[in-house]
Design a protein around this ligand. Structure first.
Ligand code: ACM
Ligand code: ZN
Length: 522
């Protein structure tokens, strides 16, 4: 073998940083808008300081918190700009073109300069910096004899979509507060910014409502006859929710609560049977021991239903600072409405055509209430049926009517793309592969520029009826969620599956350090 070839192989095997211009061991996901490699490396040492203006003190503290456990030493924070050996974080009001979440990262041998129009951009620049360091930087104990080198480069970055989400179904199976925090940390590392919590469904009510303690006492538990494991049930206290919101906000993630109505709500009737059309006391079933979609439904003809829901929404609106509240609206069987005298009277009194219009009337009534509280309504795409209010945001999930998104966008309603075709992460890795997700453009083909503007973004939905324990949930989420983070952030024309797959391979050590039980294709 020629000596030059041997040297080349050694370099590839060691993948060393000396050739930072050509070889970067680390990988950035999602892919930045523009990356220009330059010559040399920046060395992070105990003499490196973090320089910030006062208004970025929190980000400096956060950066220290990310780096110091693995470094094993403290980094000095200074408010005076230093020319050499520093990481400078700076807000630059001339960078409006980068939006709230974009940033510029300029790494030279002398210093690292991270600038952004807003604090959120600084947060994302910090995530990129973490990904550029050797993966061991993610360790939570000191790593000895490590050269903390970062390749010199310039990055200009900003996201394609403003909604980059994950939905976790906390109802079918309760997901502990610690587990939610772990997912929040991972989401933010990949620059995702929405956690949609599906808090109520037929399998349990999972959020404390002070006015109705029966919800958490009764409606958060499976019926004892099913002998479900205790960890599959439970609820978040309002204190837990506040803690999660604070944790998420620090990581630029908004938590969107979902309270299901008028269907997928039979758990409520375990505590308040009088709010359903039939008035029967429900027995909360584990998913596979009852129907997939229960016929029980809130009685739309009973004013007490709206008193209850409005009281719940009062507490939810006060608890969650998010602009949006998700009210479900999917898979609401109308059989009981058809035979309920109160619901039929409502249809007559309101001059409605049928039960679909009754659902639309129901949703509109709730939307008006939310609007008065300064909130905006999101619903699954069934809220379109029977008429859609112009201000509602549609979470599109069904794959069966391809022209629906086009019609919704044409009407001017915002929408979030979560179709079963590629967004349902309870589906097997064989059925929806990482490559399939990566290949998607969340803006459907043929959308005009006006329609395109209505697509707020994309989200993965994880339903917890089949996979119920943390390692199995991990396997459903990863690495697919990492592919989704790139379709949500990177420009479509910037994507390349083969090149992404190489980057994914490079970040596997990080996933291992994060103890993520990701799916490995056999
Ligand atoms: C849904 O999958 N029923 C939104
Ligand atoms: Zn009724």
């Amino acid at each position: 073998m020629k000596s030059s070839l041997i040297i080349l192989i050694i370099l590839i095997v060691l993948d060393i940083h000396i050739l930072a211009g050509e070889t970067i061991k680390s990988a950035i996901i999602p892919k930045p808008l523009v990356l220009e490699k330059t010559e040399g490396i920046f060395k992070l040492t105990s003499a490196t300081s973090i320089t910030v203006s006062e208004n970025l003190s929190f980000r400096a503290k956060q950066l220290k918190g990310y780096l110091e456990p693995a470094l094993g030493y403290d980094l000095l924070v200074s408010h005076k700009a230093r020319r050499n050996n520093s990481i400078e974080l700076k807000i630059d009001k001339s960078l409006g073109r980068l939006g709230d979440e974009g940033y510029l990262l300029d790494i030279t041998k002398e210093k690292i300069l991270l600038t952004a129009f807003q604090d959120k951009g600084i947060f994302y620049g910090i995530q990129t910096l973490r990904q550029l360091l050797p993966s061991e930087i993610l360790r939570d104990t000191p790593v000895k004899q490590m050269d903390w080198q970062i390749p010199c480069l310039k990055i200009e970055d900003k996201p394609r979509f403003k909604w980059r989400g994950l939905m976790l179904d906390c109802s079918r199976t309760f997901i502990s507060k610690e587990q939610i925090k772990r997912y929040l940390e991972i989401l933010s590392f990949f620059k995702m910014n929405v956690l949609h919590m599906h808090l109520t469904d037929d399998q349990g009510w999972r959020v404390e409502i002070l006015r109705y303690p029966e919800l958490t006492k009764t409606a958060s538990k499976f019926h004892e006859s099913f002998q479900e494991p205790k960890e599959y049930e439970g609820y978040y206290s309002q204190g837990d929710i506040r803690e999660l919101i604070e944790y998420a906000t620090q990581r630029n993630i908004e938590i969107i609560p979902e309270i299901e109505m008028p269907g997928h709500s039979s758990e409520v009737f375990a505590a308040f049977p009088q709010l359903s059309c039939k008035g029967d006391t429900a027995k909360i079933h584990p998913f596979f021991k009852g129907p997939a979609v229960h016929n029980e439904i809130f009685c739309a003809g009973n004013d007490e239903t709206f008193v209850f829901l409005q009281n719940v929404l009062d507490e939810i609106s006060a608890l969650f600072p998010s602009q949006y509240i998700h009210i479900g609206g999917d898979e609401a069987p109308k059989a009981h409405w058809k035979t309920c005298p109160k619901c039929q009277k409502r249809i007559l009194d309101e001059g409605l055509k049928d039960e679909n219009e009754l659902q639309s009337w129901f949703v509109t009534r709730i939307e008006k209430y939310l609007t008065k509280k300064g909130k905006r309504l999101i619903g699954w795409d069934e809220i379109i049926e029977g008429g859609l209010s112009p201000t509602a945001t549609v979470m599109y999930w069904r794959g069966w009517e391809k022209d629906v998104p086009a019609k919704v966008a044409e009407r001017g309603n915002d929408m979030i793309m979560t179709p079963t075709d590629y967004s349902y992460f309870d589906y097997s890795n064989e059925k929806i592969s990482t490559e399939k997700i990566y290949s998607v453009n969340p803006v459907p083909q043929g959308f005009s520029s006006k329609q395109r503007e209505r697509v707020l973004g994309v989200q993965a939905n994880f339903w917890s009826h089949i996979d119920r324990t943390p390692p199995v949930i991990d396997r459903q989420l990863f690495p697919r969620l990492i592919a989704l983070s790139e379709i949500a952030w990177a420009q479509n024309e910037n994507k390349d599956w083969n090149e992404f797959n190489l980057r994914l391979g490079k970040i596997e050590p990080i996933l291992d350090i994060m103890r993520i039980n990701y799916f490995i294709k056999k």
